[in-house]
Design a protein around this ligand. Structure first.
Ligand code: EPZ
Length: 433
């Protein structure tokens, strides 16, 4: 049953919200967990669809997965009996391709369906395959499957042609049990890269330099059991920071690593919001109309592309003309048409959105085009005048745990109802007035 959000705009978000574990760290870590034959316990997993789908794929290849709680799992890869990840898994979650690096690294062979494009761009994986070949694997693509195998994997000096989070993680996985030393130049530096490297090191890997653009991996014989807790989600935190500023609220966002949020905090302060940093929390307030600025998405530590739709929504209501340049993906402005239906004034020319701030948005029936754009449209509906419905919220549920509960806990007037339940819409309107 398809669900939708129904939102009455106008509430200022106030109070405290706790951020879940980082989805994009957890996906790499879950794949890495199968690389030992001992049991690995992972905590602070976000309870979101992408994670649950990957856990099912991991069970599908024969590993044992034992849920210890909604945010904790024990994985044991000793019973893996199948090196093939089918198209169905990859269609549901692209990051299943991390199992390519993990299975190749552990068993010197793997077969994973070639992921298609997605809502935000074509997203090739040529750099992943370049890394595997550099380690001595043969890689061929036929019948929609990537087949990799190697007599043995030998460390190599790999230069990524583009900064790629996925390729960096996949090559780390494939090389941590290889013979000798691997260097990844032009590596991605996102917090989730560091978390995957720390996780592998807690299993006995020997990885140095994660978080810089040069990562050195000394292959080890084998990996062992570990217990590990995932870092907080930088993008979920950033989304709530933007929602607090957009609704002129006052929100304490708990369980964050402020350093991971710097690019977002700096920009919010630049346009007139207040951001107060604590050890593991940030407090965001705004009590007046915000100002315009220029945003360019860049690999970490630049402004994260996964925060691009959210900050653009905030700027749609700020005074003056802002620009948002999307330099990572080629098709990440699909939400602009939805915002325009709410009264936003945004023109997209190539990979630049030119945003004329308006003083008000009005509620409308809108549709989430992808995960982060969906979250941005929720922010728009929270500040729009009147009612909005947002459908295709399955995209949002891929990466945000209990999104509507967390927002309602901050005073948002919203509910999740089934897509064509007109009665529920009327009931909501009667209830909230
Ligand atoms: C990861 O995707 C994230 N997904 C994305 O988050 C995020 O937007 C992206 O990194 C950038 O930060 C996960 O971690 C599961 P890339 P990934 O490889 O690894 C090009 C979300 O909202 N490229 O860093 O696929 C690619 O086309 C999602 O949670 C190649 O050309 O991103 C893109 O233009 C959306 N060849 C650029 O590099 C390759 O082999 C960056 O992509 C690989 C990538």
């Amino acid at each position: 049953m398809e669900n939708q959000y129904i939102i009455k705009g106008g509430a200022c978000l106030k109070g405290e919200v706790t951020i879940s574990g980082a989805k994009n760290a957890a996906l790499g870590i879950l794949a890495a967990a199968i690389m030992t034959d001992e049991t690995v316990v992972i905590d602070n997993l976000p309870n979101v669809r992408d994670i649950n789908v990957l856990l099912t794929a991991i069970e599908g290849i024969g590993a044992t997965v034992k849920r210890i709680g909604p945010h904790e799992v024990a994985i044991n890869g000793s019973t893996i009996n199948n090196m093939t990840i089918d198209y169905d898994s990859i269609k549901k979650i692209r990051a299943s391709y991390y199992l390519l690096g993990a299975l190749l690294g552990k068993y010197q062979k793997a077969q994973v369906a070639l992921p298609g494009g997605c809502d935000i761009g074509s997203r090739p994986i040529d750099q992943h395959l370049k890394g595997f070949r550099a380690l001595g694997a043969t890689v061929n693509i036929e019948y929609g499957m990537i087949n990799t195998c190697a007599e043995s994997l030998i460390g190599s000096h790999i230069f990524l042609d583009v900064v790629s989070v996925g390729a960096t993680i996949n090559i780390m996985l494939a090389s941590c049990l290889a013979e000798g030393k691997t260097v990844i130049e032009n590596a991605a530096k996102e917090p989730h890269i560091v978390d995957v490297a720390n996780f592998l090191n807690s299993m006995g890997a020997n990885i140095k330099g994660a978080g810089t653009d040069k990562i050195r991996i000394n292959g080890v014989e084998k990996l062992h059991a570990t217990e590990y807790s995932i870092i907080p989600d930088q993008i979920e935190a950033g989304t709530f920071m933007v929602a607090a500023a957009a609704t002129k609220g006052d929100v304490l966002i708990r369980n964050v690593i402020p350093q991971h949020l710097e690019a977002i905090s700096v920009k919010l302060i630049e346009i007139g919001a207040t951001v107060e940093e604590f050890d593991d929390a940030v407090r965001v307030t705004a009590d007046h109309r915000l100002r315009h600025t220029q945003i360019k998405t860049l690999p970490h530590p630049g402004f994260p592309t996964d925060m691009q739709p959210q900050i653009a929504t905030l700027l749609a209501l700020s005074e003056g003309t802002s620009t948002v340049t999307e330099s990572i993906f080629e098709n990440r402005f699909k939400y602009v048409d939805e915002l325009a239906r709410m009264g936003a004034n945004i023109k997209v020319e190539g990979n630049v959105a030119i945003i004329e701030g308006v003083t008000e948005l009005t509620g409308a029936a809108i549709s989430a085009p992808d995960l982060r754009a969906g979250a941005a449209l929720v922010v728009a509906a929270l500040v729009a005048d009147g009612y909005s419905t947002i459908d295709s919220i399955r995209y949002i549920e891929r990466g945000y745990e209990c999104f509507e509960e967390k927002l309602r806990g901050l005073g948002a007037v919203m509910e999740k109802i089934s897509i064509d339940d007109e009665r529920a819409v009327q009931k909501f309107k009667l209830k909230v007035g």
